[in-house]
Ligand binder design. Sequence first.
Ligand SMILES: [Zn+2]
Length: 167
Amino acid sequence: MITAHLPSGYLLAKLTRTPRLLMPFAILGAVLPDFDMFWFHLVDNRAFHHHKYWVHVPGFWLPVAVFTLAFLYLFIRPRLKFPVMQAAYLFFAAILLHLILDSFTGSIMWLWPFDHTLYELVKVSAQYDNWVWSFILHWTFSAEVMIWFTAIYLYFKPLPESSSDAI
Ligand SMILES: [Zn+2]
């Protein structure tokens, strides 16, 4: 997925009727794995598939999520009025959503550390010199367009708010 991670985070928060206050956690989690593009372009000079960096590896995020959630639950949650657990759940759910969306055409090492294979649902072949055009003109890009339109639609026509939205 190239462009739809940001609106997918918005949709995750919107469709789970998350309070507006927590929306940034969904947005951040939805786009965070692609921050590795800076390292990919500026440091490694595109030497590796950027989905092999730890931020795109589910086997990295699983123990991080378990440890972080346990730490927040035991030591932070009792001291704050802020819904820190809901924010953390949302953040890690958005990370998972990013990896699932990337799996359609981008490939993810779902079985790491047991297997380093990059798994993808649909293989986008290099039809054009620039890889971006190969993705944009492939039929799978319609999923990205649908995510964008749904997010824009819900932005202008919001779901009825629940009582928890007042936070
Ligand atoms: Zn990604």
